[in-house]
Design a protein around this ligand. Sequence first.
Ligand code: KIV
Length: 261
Amino acid sequence: MVTINKIISMKQKEKIVCLTAYDYPTAKILDESGIDIILVGDSAANVFAGEKTTLPITMTEMLYHTRVVTRAVRHSLVISDMPFLSYQVSISQAVYNAGRFLKAGARAVKIEGGKSVVEIIKRLVELGIPVMGHLGLTPQSIHKFGGYKLQGTDEASARNMITDAKLLESAGCFAIVLEKIPSRLAEKITTELTIPTIGIGAGPHCDGQILVFHDIVGLFEEFQPKFVKQYAQVGAEIRRAVLQYKDEVKKGVFPDQEHSY
Ligand code: KIV
């Protein structure tokens, strides 16, 4: 079983491989394939539920995804994303909601942001709730950014991100996701931290990599960021199967003797 300590010890020794999952069958395949971290991401709002942003997803929905994913997992470290407004209002609400993810079977939570969430993270870690940080293009702040733009491109914002990364490390985060930032900035943050960095659109120098499962298998066809590599075209294969099924039922070819009692 992959533990938090195992993830920390992998820095600079072995790349940490992470993917998202929101349902039982997908989580079972990822777990059996030896994926180190399965993130129950709030990207479920986009690729599972068809929302434009991650903002609408609720605690109830994220807890449901967490329960079905953890039911399938024997090996991977399952981390749940704390959804928008589940941790920002007060430290006590953050503790309560993070605790609910652990009760649902997750072994850590992920929180977006830097300096503004440091006190929240410190309290969670103090209470035994492991936290993964998330810097760069943090999708819950999409309206502040005004779009899914590359972050940390000017000197001041790059410097702020390095400061934030160090603050998250000293608050007790065991790893930090770096999303959509220049490779050189990700390399600098990775070198300056003792905890692992997990990149998504952050180049080859991070200690690990995360992508959204639906993106790498071609199951979400509406939008494809440059940093995604597609390893299969599952959407096209499902479409082919559905059309064949439709055709066979219409023509009376299915069900046949073989599939009847
Ligand atoms: O919600 C998500 O899937 C994420 C990652 C892709 C990092 O936050």
